[in-house]
Every structure is written in structure tokens, then in C-alpha cells.
Design a protein. Structure first.
Length: 604
């Protein structure tokens, strides 16, 4: 138990004084009556911290969980921060708020809206569930001071979250998150008006941006697609199977597909929002085949060869394609989809702007994603930039490039996140579905598959093969000790490993973005931003393998990302894959020690 009994009792009293949710208040009362002080200590003395991902956690009672009181405190702090730093813009254009189909999402969006309305600010609150990318799109459309999306994206049903976008339409980054956190802590006591949602039915400052946003979003897609590709969509008549994973995507993807003349059959059992995600254990297409069972059944029954899947808030997109000869389904990785969509966006850009110099054009990916865009840039002449993990970094970097007069045509991360164009400065599973469907029709019209095209890309730019996964670990101290062991693997100041499998494969350089060490730099200082609150180490091997080990910012996971990049013309893909497999198995066994540390492996 952390904290004294008197501290816990004081927090219980405070909670019961402030909380007006009967269910969460009853939980705290019951725990106090049963004298479960260890549990109360965890719920009331710890607190969900506001970071660059906003808030995300389990729903329940206490300051360490997602609930009405924590949302009110967060919204009060956010408002106070904006009055200090974006006061004029807030007064002029206000805030936009969206929500998904999870438990409490609409309630928490309405509480946030009410707090801003009571202070006489313009609020644009969506009247129905929307994809997460609609919020940054709307921020940009109305030049709002801030955007809030209540979602936990692809997390389990027990979770919810509070995602914040800045006035530039990109996710917030440090130090904004730290300043918001300070303001939350200064505004913990809920105002009387903060619980009053009756203002939602009386305030002239409240509006619903849904119709205008959807109209403009569809108009952007109509302006993006080339007329000849829309015609190919209509004539190729490819039938796509689509799953919304019990999320918000179906209504919007259906409208987009109607617009671009694409045929689609939905997975009926997963078409509509459902907060309990009853047909999938993990509502995330990134989980692979284990999340697509119903999609396979629907596709097989309708003789559909391509599946497109969004996660519940429709900011990510997964894809599977059926081999006509074997009948087997291939689920593409995020890196493979990045290669396909990167090629397609470049191809379309060159068709649309044949005289535009590529030296003014950019593509981006995160540092744990495939280097396929970098390889493409060497041959094609566009610029490639890698950023830290997460679209918050790519979105803000894209914004800066646009201000400099540059063109950004594509960005992606291996976790099936794709940004095609700059209408949304974040990953967007709806526009990615439009681009993937159009690419597929284009290929099928030419008697090629997505798999065929991926092979052509690797032939031209070099074979890139990745093996990425994760282990679950619920003990923060154990995770920390795993990474500290890697920093003290050898004796001496530079104690990092120098190789694996009895030095069969040598490590050439190490970059540690937790400590700021990077021995590929002359001063041994990392160029990319450092964060001591998360773990991230990259090992570069002499034979070209790159391996990054990192912790998740939103889940209890240790993730590993590995990639072998061959030179164009190296056709021995089997040997490359065998080497990758041997090395990754060695890295896992020697660096992570799963059995010793009781790590839980991902199961497909």
C-alpha cells in the first residue's frame, strides 16, 4: 500500500464529495466499507497522466481510471490551458468534439462540450459516432483552437480514451501535453456547472458539424481520385469485403465507396458499433488472422477476393487478399501495405502533376517502420524523412513541411496506419480504404493482384522483409529491468550488447532514445528527440538487419520491430528470410528472455 491510511481516507472523502456518478461513487464507498485500502490506494493515490496520446485507460472508479470526474478534471484543465495559450483562437473558432461507439464515449464528449459552453465558447459537437480522422479534418476546416476525440481506438472493451489535436490539425506533442497536465492538476475540483449538461439543449454556441464535414471530406476524395481511376473502379467491378470491427467505419466507408464506384459487401455481424465487440477478442485488424475470421467467411461466401478492415475508430486499415489457386488468405503487414500505398501515391502524383519536381516532394514513416520509402526515394528522387514512433510526429512534421511550401504525398507506420495526402494530418483508415480499393481495381483490371504488385516493388527497390510482434508484461518494474540489463550487458560505460548467437551476427551501432545515446553519431548523442518516460533501443547489425525494442505508450507491451533490406536485384529471398528468422529468434531469446521474465507472447 502506498500512502498512509489518513491519506487514503482523505482521498475517499474527496472523491465522494466531488463525484456525482452513482456507480463509481458506490464502488469507492464499498471499498472503503470493506477496508480494501490497497485497492483504494491504487485507485485514488495514483492518477492517469495526460500525455501526447491524451488519456487512455480502463473505465472505472478513481483517479487512476477513466470516469466522469476524471474527464471533467481533464476538460477543465484543457480549457484553462487554452485560455492561456490559444485564447483568441478559442474565442473566435472554439473546439470540435467527436466520439466513438464505446461505453461512455458520448457521455464524456457531452461533458466536455458542456464545460466549454458554460464558459461561452463555440462548440462543434458531432451528433453521431465518427471516425477519429474526422476530428482533425474538422479542426482544419473550421480553424478550431483544439479538437477532442473520445476513443480508445483498438483497445479492449474495458478501455476508453481522450485524444487531443492542436490547432494545426495534428496530435499534440511535448511540451503541450505537460502544460495541459499542469493545468489539470490546478483545476481538479469540479465546478458546479461542469456537471450540468442541460446547456446542450439551450446554448446557441453549440452546433453539429457532421453534415458539412462529411460533405467536405467526400469532396476532398472526389478531387483526389483521378477520373480514369474512378472509371476503372466502375468497370473492374472488384467486390470488396469490409469489416468495421464493431466500430464507426461502415457508414462512412460505404459513402466513400459509392462515390468512387467501388462494390462492397459488409461483414454483417460487425457492421454496426457495439461497445462490447462481441465477435472479436481484440478489435484490431493488426492482430492478423485471429481478428478476421468472420471476414474470411463473408468473403468466401460472396466470392470476394479482397478484405478491407478498419479498427473501431477507423483510423487504421488492414487488408487481406485470397490466392485464387490455393484458396489461402494472405494478411498483409503494415509495412507491406506501406510499400503498396507508397508506390500508388507516388504513381498517382506523377500522373496528376507530370511536371512537378520530385525534389520538392516528401514521404515519411516512423523509425520502427520499413525503410521501403527510403529505398524508393533513392531511385525516384523524392525526399524521405523518418520520425519517432507515432503519427503525432509525422503529422506535426508534415505541417511544418507544408508551411515551407513542400508537398507531402504519403506517410505510414507499420501499425497499419496510413496518411494518403494532407487533408488529415493523422492516420486515416477511411481515405486509406479509398486508395487501397482504387489501387486494387487498377491492378485487377490489368490482371495483377496486390501480391503481384508487392513483388514488383521489391524487385525494383529491393526486397524488404520484416518480423514484428510483441510480448505482454503487466509489471512495469520488470519491463524496466529488461531494458536496463541491455544497457549494462557488458562491462564498461558502453555496456550494450555487441552481437548475438555467440557474436555470429555483430552489432555495428546502438541508438537509445531513452538515454539519448547513439554511437553512430560523432558525439554519441541521438538526433531524434529523447523521452525518458518510455523505453526504446535500436540495434543496427553489420549484415543490414535493424532491430528496435520499445515499450507501448498505451498498452502493457514490449514491442520488437526487425527488418532486413536487400539491394535491388538480390533475388535470394528465401536465404534473406532464413537469416531474419534466425536473428530474430536469437534477439528474443538473448535480449528479452521471455521464459525467465514470464512474458506473454502474442498469439495469432
Amino acid at each position: 500500500m502506498t500512502g498512509s491510511l489518513s491519506e487514503i481516507q482523505a482521498k475517499v472523502e474527496e472523491w465522494l464529495q466531488w463525484d456525482r456518478d452513482k456507480q463509481t461513487a458506490l464502488t469507492i464507498k464499498r471499498l472503503a466499507h470493506e477496508e480494501k485500502y490497497d485497492e483504494l490506494s491504487k485507485l485514488l493515490l495514483d492518477r492517469l497522466s495526460f500525455g501526447t496520446a491524451g488519456l487512455r485507460g480502463k473505465m472505472g472508479a478513481g483517479y487512476a481510471a477513466m470516469n466522469d470526474l476524471v474527464i471533467i478534471q481533464t476538460a477543465q484543465g484543457l480549457l484553462n490551458y487554452l485560455e492561456q495559450h490559444e485564447g483568441d483562437l478559442l474565442k473566435e473558432n472554439g473546439i470540435v468534439i467527436g466520439y466513438d461507439g464505446r461505453h461512455n464515449s458520448k457521455r464524456w464528449a457531452e461533458l466536455t462540450a458542456s464545460i466549454f459552453l458554460h464558459r461561452d465558447y463555440i462548440v462543434r459537437l458531432f451528433s453521431a459516432v465518427v471516425p477519429t480522422p474526422f476530428v482533425p479534418f474538422t479542426v482544419a476546416k473550421y480553424e478550431c483552437a483544439i479538437g477532442v476525440m473520445v476513443t480508445a481506438s483498438h483497445n479492449p472493451k474495458e478501455d476508453n480514451g481522450y485524444k487531443v489535436y492542436g490547432s494545426n490539425g495534428a496530435q499534440i506533442v511535448s511540451p503541450v501535453d505537460k502544460e495541459i497536465q499542469k493545468n489539470i492538476l490546478r483545476n481538479l475540483e469540479p465546478l458546479e456547472t461542469s456537471w450540468d449538461t442541460s446547456v446542450l439543449s439551450t446554448s446557441p454556441l453549440l452546433s453539429d458539424p457532421l453534415d458539412e464535414t462529411l460533405h467536405d471530406y467526400l469532396h476532398t476524395i472526389e478531387e483526389t481520385i483521378l477520373p480514369q481511376h474512378k472509371e476503372i473502379n466502375a468497370t473492374a467491378q472488384v467486390l470488396f469485403t469490409y469489416t468495421a470491427m464493431h466500430g464507426v467505419g461502415y457508414r462512412y466507408v460505404a459513402k466513400v465507396f459509392d462515390l468512387i464506384k467501388v462494390r462492397m459487401v459488409p461483414v454483417e455481424e460487425q457492421k454496426d458499433p457495439h461497445p462490447d465487440f462481441p465477435t472479436v477478442k481484440f478489435p484490431n485488424p493488426e492482430e492478423g488472422k485471429s481478428s478476421l475470421d468472420l471476414s474470411f467467411s463473408t468473403a468466401n461466401a460472396n466470392e470476394s477476393r479482397v478484405i478491407i478492415a478498419n479498427d473501431p475508430d477507423a483510423d487504421r486499415m488492414g487488408v487481406a487478399e485470397k490466392n485464387e489457386e490455393s484458396g489461402e488468405w494472405r494478411v498483409f503487414t503494415g509495412n507491406e501495405l506501406g510499400a503498396l500505398l507508397g508506390w500508388w501515391c507516388l504513381y498517382c502524383f506523377k500522373l496528376k502533376y507530370p511536371h512537378e519536381p520530385l525534389e520538392n516532394t516528401y514521404m515519411l514513416s516512423s523509425t520502427v517502420s520499413s525503410m521501403i520509402l527510403r529505398s524508393m526515394s533513392y531511385k525516384e528522387g523524392f525526399n524521405y524523412i523518418d520520425t519517432l514512433t507515432g503519427f503525432k510526429w509525422m503529422g506535426n512534421r508534415t505541417y511544418d513541411l507544408l508551411k515551407e511550401g513542400k508537398k507531402v504525398i504519403f506517410a505510414f507506420e507499420e501499425a497499419i496506419g496510413f496518411c494518403c495526402g494532407t487533408a488529415v494530418l493523422d492516420k486515416d483508415g477511411v481515405s486509406a480504404a479509398f486508395q487501397l480499393a482504387t489501387l486494387t481495381s487498377y491492378l485487377y483490371n490489368d490482371k495483377k493482384t496486390l501480391g503481384d504488385k508487392l513483388g514488383e516493388i521489391y524487385d525494383e527497390y529491393g526486397y524488404h522483409v520484416s518480423r514484428n510482434s510483441y510480448f505482454i508484461c503487466y509489471e512495469a518494474d520488470k519491463i524496466r529491468s529488461i531494458f536496463e540489463r541491455l544497457r549494462n550487458y557488458k562491462q564498461g560505460r558502453k555496456g550494450y550488447p555487441t552481437g548475438i548467437l555467440d557474436e555470429k551476427y555483430e552489432i555495428s551501432t546502438v541508438r537509445d532514445l531513452t538515454t539519448g545515446f547513439d554511437n553512430s553519431q560523432a558525439d554519441e548523442k541521438a538526433v531524434l528527440p529523447v523521452s525518458r518516460s518510455s523505453q526504446m533501443i535500436t540495434f543496427n547489425f553489420s549484415n543490414g538487419l535493424v532491430c528496435t525494442l520499445r515499450t507501448s505508450g498505451t498498452e502493457p507491451k514490449i514491442k520488437y520491430y526487425t527488418e532486413m533490406c536487400a539491394t535491388p536485384g538480390d533475388a535470394n529471398q528465401e536465404a534473406i528470410l532464413d537469416t531474419l528468422t534466425e536473428m530474430v529468434d536469437g534477439i528474443i531469446a538473448e535480449f528479452l528472455e521471455p521464459e525467465k521474465n514470464e512474458l506473454i507472447a502474442k498469439h495469432d
